[in-house]
Design a protein around this ligand. Structure first.
Ligand SMILES: [Fe+2]
Length: 452
């Protein structure tokens, strides 16, 4: 009996509360999902026992940033108190700037498309392009002004943002790096995200994206809806899937810089900019739970069947943005992490299916076990509401004849943004040169095997 060995492959970039392999000042973490974190970059900067003392310590300005309505239930309430060198309110007017290839819902470019769509990787930019300029929207759903739905973007950048800072009033950014590391300088501190990690920047928090290793690319789920949270575990118990302690928030780290800074705000689907005479990343201390974080996808505790059948992919949910209907997500973020397959008398790859939810998949590295070819790192597929999909012919034939010994699936890292409403593509995504127009052919040749 052949048993594939565990290669012991681990991503070592995040180790405990420290970040290995980097000397970046301020790059320290505070672990825990949804925690009430507290942090001060200068001793005594954080008020004790109250949020808004008559005079905040050290001459700082106190400011609350609300990620949920003041009155939402405590279990869902997100807000942080920031103690900063200058208040956010002190800024010049914003002016409209070009949106580039960034689009927002509602999407009316083209008619909703029932076809299965697939793309190769987004070509790298040929001009100097930062993270914001490098956002290219694939599609989405809902309505940005109603705080419902999502947009899915690619990003491809070859320069740091330098003197620019970005925030989205429209939604939180779940960033999935596929190539190159990102150093995210946020108002609350620094995060480093590499391929195999995800980073989340909450609605309204300003950040600058730097590229410590050069060119970078990946995917973004811009979630207009309720903030991502950990899924309930039900009979799984108190542990498992993504464990709360593996989510890492930054510690306070500030810039005291009176330099011209272009602050870009995404609002109502458009980009606006204002010219500040200082860096707004000037928060000396903060506390709260409306915080950015990073998570190493290889920390995901993969659960699955140890008897027969292939569980629904909801078993791989890392984060979920609930809707008003119990169990129905505005968006789920799902990872297909390395795992053992042991099911007896079972077709082990993902089964053929049609789904009321819509599925956008990306590949961070390696291969995905339902597609023998064509689905490549940096590429993507979109299987919209009720579109039929599943293993390609080669995968079906191989899996139908495979000897069902225990097997480790450890040759790739794929993920899915799954959403309750159809994803309407942008016109440019449909006509893009990297779209694989012959995608339907992967299901050609699935022959009639029926022999009554
Ligand atoms: Fe699917």
């Amino acid at each position: 009996m052949k048993v594939t060995q565990d290669t012991g492959k681990r991503n070592t970039a995040i180790e405990g509360a420290q970040v290995r392999g980097t000397q970046e000042p301020g790059l320290l973490y505070s672990p825990g999902f949804g925690n009430e974190h507290s942090s001060e970059a200068v001793p005594g900067a954080l008020p004790v026992g109250r949020n808004a003392p008559q005079r905040a310590p050290l001459g700082l300005y106190a400011e609350q940033l609300s990620g949920t309505a003041f009155t939402e239930p405590r279990a869902h309430n997100r807000r942080s108190w920031l103690y900063r060198i200058r208040p956010s309110a002190a800024h010049p007017p914003f002016r409209r700037i070009p949106n580039g290839a960034l689009r927002s819902a509602p999407f009316h470019d083209v008619e909703p498309d029932p076809n299965r769509l697939r793309w190769g990787p987004l070509p790298p930019p040929t001009e100097p392009t930062d993270f914001v300029q490098g956002l290219v929207t694939v599609g989405g759903n809902g309505d940005v002004l109603r705080r419902e739905g999502i947009a899915i973007h690619w990003y491809a950048a070859n320069r740091s943002m330098d003197t620019r800072v970005f925030s989205s009033s429209d939604g939180e950014f779940l960033i999935v790096p596929q190539q190159g590391a990102l150093l995210l300088r946020t108002e609350l501190g620094l995060l480093r995200a590499e391929p195999g990690h995800v980073a989340l920047i909450p609605r309204g928090i300003r950040f600058r994206v730097e590229l410590p290793d050069g060119a970078a690319g990946g995917y973004v789920c811009e979630n207009y809806g309720r903030p991502f949270q950990l899924p309930d575990l039900g009979p799984i118990g108190a542990n498992g899937l993504a464990n709360a302690r593996d989510f890492l928030a930054p510690v306070a780290f500030f810039e005291d810089r009176d330099e011209d800074t272009e602050v870009v705000n995404k609002f109502g689907g458009n980009l606006w900019a204002a010219d500040y005479d200082h860096s707004p990343l000037n928060v000396v201390a903060w506390h709260g739970n409306h915080v950015p974080y990073v998570y190493d996808l290889r920390r995901f505790n993969v659960l699955g069947s140890i008897s027969y059948d292939h569980p629904d992919p909801s078993i791989f949910t890392v984060l979920t943005s609930p809707s008003d209907t119990p169990g129905l997500a505005g968006a789920d973020f799902v990872v297909f992490a390395p795992r053992w397959l042991v099911g007896e008398d079972t077709f082990r790859p993902p089964y053929f299916h049609r789904n009321v939810m819509s599925e956008f998949m990306g590949l961070i590295e390696g291969a995905y076990d339902a597609k023998a070819e064509g689905f490549v790192p940096g590429g993507a597929s979109l299987h919209n509401m009720m579109s039929a999909h599943g293993p390609d012919r080669a995968t079906f034939e191989r899996a139908s004849d495979a000897e069902l010994v225990p097997r480790k699936v450890d040759d790739g890292l794929a993920f899915m943004f799954e959403t309750r409403w159809p994803v309407v593509p942008t016109g440019s995504a449909l006509t893009a040169g990297h779209r694989q127009v012959g995608y339907d052919r992967v299901w050609e040749g699935l022959e009639r095997n029926f022999r009554p």
